[in-house]
Design a protein around this ligand. Structure first.
Ligand SMILES: Cc1cc2nc3c(=O)[nH]c(=O)nc-3n(C[C@H](O)[C@H](O)[C@H](O)COP(=O)(O)O)c2cc1C
Ligand SMILES: Nc1ncnc2c1ncn2[C@@H]1O[C@H](COP(=O)(O)OP(=O)(O)O)[C@@H](O)[C@H]1O
Length: 316
C-alpha cells in the first residue's frame, strides 16, 4: 500500500479514483464495512481505492488540550486498512487552516483537484469543513458539480443491543477494561503498540519476567488490572509477526509504591530477550483489578492464580 503525507505528496497521474474519508481510529467493524464498500466499488470500476485520514486527531486542533485516547497509531491503521484492500492511504495534517476550510473548498481542493474522485464513500453521519458544516447531502450536491457520486453507508451496530459502533464507544469499553465488548466492536482484540523498555528487573526475580511495552502519549490503555491476551512481535515491515499467549498487568505496581503506569506482558512458557523490540499487547479478557499486596510473596501467589486463569481463558 502506498502512503502519502499531505496533498503535495499525492502523485499527479492517479487517474480517476474511489475515495473514502474518515479518522478511522480503531478501524472498528463500522469502519471495516465502509472501507469494504469503497474497496468493492474501486475493484468493480478498475480504479485505485484511496483512504483519506487526518493527523493529529481533529479534536486536538478544534479543542486544544483535549486528547482523545488513540485506539490505533498511524502505522497500525495503515496495516489494518491495507489488509482491507486499500491501495493508498493519504494522511492530511489537520491544521488550523484545514479546520477553517469551507466544505466546498475541501471538496474542490482535496477530492476533485488532487485525488480526482469518481466515487466517494463516507459514513452516513460524516461531516467536514469549517464548523463541520458539510454533510453527506452537501457532499452529494458538490459531487454532482465536480463529477463524483457519493455513498453514505449506514453505521454498524453491536448485534444484540442495536448499539451503534463508534470510536467513542470502543474507547469507553477500553477505559472500563471491558475487553469482551471492545473485541466485539473491533472485530479483533484491542492492541497497545510500543517498544519493550527496561523496568525495575523485579519480574524475573519473582519468577514472572514482564516485557514493559512503552506506548506513545494518548494511547488508549485499558483500565488498571490484570488481563489475559497475547504479545505480538512486529517485524520490520510492520506486518504482524509471532503471537505469544500472555498474562498482562496494567497499572503503577502499587505493591512497590510505583507512580508510573506501565503495560507489562508475561509471555507464558517462553524465555528470551525482548528489549528494544517493537511489539503489540492484545487484550482478550480482564481477570481482576490491580491490587496492593503487603509483600512480594502475596503478589507471587496472586500471579500464580492469574496464570492458571489466563491459561484457562486462552484455552491452553
Ligand atoms: C499476571 C500479573 C499480575 C500482576 N498483578 C499485580 C498486582 O496486583 N499488584 C501489583 O502491584 N503489581 C502487579 N503486577 C506487576 C508486578 O508488580 C510487576 O510486573 C513487577 O513489579 C515487575 O516489574 P518490572 O518489570 O519493572 O521488573 C502483576 C504482574 C503480572 C505479570
Ligand atoms: N516469558 C517472558 N515474558 C516476558 N519477558 C521475558 C520473558 N522471558 C524473558 N523475558 C525478558 O525479560 C525481560 C523482563 O524481565 P524483568 O525482570 O521483568 O525486567 P524489566 O524490569 O526490565 O522488565 C523482558 O523485557 C524480556 O527481555
Amino acid at each position: 500500500m502506498l502512503r502519502w503525507r499531505g496533498l503535495d505528496a499525492v502523485p499527479g497521474d492517479l487517474g480517476r479514483t474511489v475515495v473514502t474519508i474518515g479518522m478511522y481510529d480503531g478501524v472498528h467493524r463500522g469502519h471495516q464495512k465502509l472501507i469494504g464498500a469503497a474497496v468493492e466499488r474501486a475493484r468493480a470500476l478498475g480504479r485505485p481505492c484511496l483512504l483519506v485520514t487526518f493527523d493529529p486527531h481533529p479534536a486536538e486542533v478544534v479543542r486544544p488540550g483535549s486528547h482523545p485516547a488513540i485506539l490505533t497509531s498511524l502505522d497500525r491503521k495503515a496495516e489494518l486498512v491495507e489488509a482491507l484492500g486499500v491501495d493508498a492511504m493519504c494522511v492530511l495534517p489537520f491544521t488550523q487552516d484545514l479546520m477553517r476550510q469551507s466544505p466546498e473548498s475541501f471538496t474542490h481542493t482535496v477530492l476533485a483537484s488532487t485525488l480526482h474522485a469518481s466515487h466517494v464513500v463516507v459514513g452516513e453521519n460524516f461531516t467536514y469543513g469549517h464548523r463541520a458544516a458539510g454533510t453527506v447531502a452537501t457532499l452529494a450536491a458538490e459531487g454532482r458539480r465536480f463529477g463524483f457520486s457519493v455513498d453514505g453507508v449506514g453505521l454498524a451496530s453491536v448485534a444484540e443491543d442495536e448499539l451503534t459502533i463508534s470510536s467513542t464507544y470502543v474507547r469507553a469499553c477500553v477505559a472500563a477494561g471491558d475487553m469482551t465488548s471492545a473485541t466485539e466492536a473491533l472485530g479483533r482484540p484491542h492492541r497497545v503498540d510500543g517498544v519493550v523498555v527496561r523496568g525495575h528487573r523485579r519480574g524475573r526475580q519473582m519468577g514472572y519476567p514482564t516485557a514493559n511495552v512503552e506506548s506513545p502519549p494518548y494511547t488508549a490503555v485499558p483500565a488498571d488490572g490484570v488481563y489475559a491476551g497475547h504479545f505480538v512481535l512486529r517485524d520490520v515491515e510492520g506486518a504482524s509477526g509471532a503471537r505469544f499467549p500472555a498474562a498482562i498487568s496494567v497499572g503503577t505496581n502499587p505493591t512497590f509504591d510505583g507512580t508510573r503506569r506501565t503495560v507489562e506482558a508475561h509471555l507464558i512458557d517462553w524465555d528470551g530477550d525482548l528489549y528494544g523490540e517493537h511489539a503489540g499487547v492484545e487484550f482478550t479478557a480482564r481477570l481482576r483489578g490491580m491490587l496492593r499486596f503487603s509483600g512480594m510473596d502475596e503478589l507471587i501467589a496472586a500471579m500464580d492464580d492469574d496464570l492458571v486463569e489466563a491459561r484457562r481463558v486462552l484455552g491452553m
